[in-house]
Unconditional design. Structure first.
Length: 76
């Protein structure tokens, strides 16, 4: 994994974004018909749920992420 840069708040926000992206990929994969098979689907959903629970309990990282403005959308 690459070394994170910036303040501790920026680092937490970066990790939170990566966890959310991983959870979205896992949920999308679990929804595909080819992957809807018993234990495989359940394992993917459990992994995504764990990621989301971790994010939900990390209030500081979540609050930091929500306070940041996306630079790509503001033209900065």
């Amino acid at each position: 994994m690459a070394k994170l840069r910036g303040s501790p708040a920026t680092q937490r926000a970066t990790l939170l974004c990566s966890h959310l992206a991983a959870a979205a990929v896992v949920f999308e994969a679990a929804r595909r018909p080819a992957l809807r098979r018993g234990a495989d689907k359940q394992a993917r959903l459990n992994k995504a749920a764990c990621v989301l629970i971790r994010v939900q309990h990390d209030e500081r990282a979540r609050d930091t992420l929500m306070a940041r403005r996306p630079r790509g959308l503001t033209g900065q």
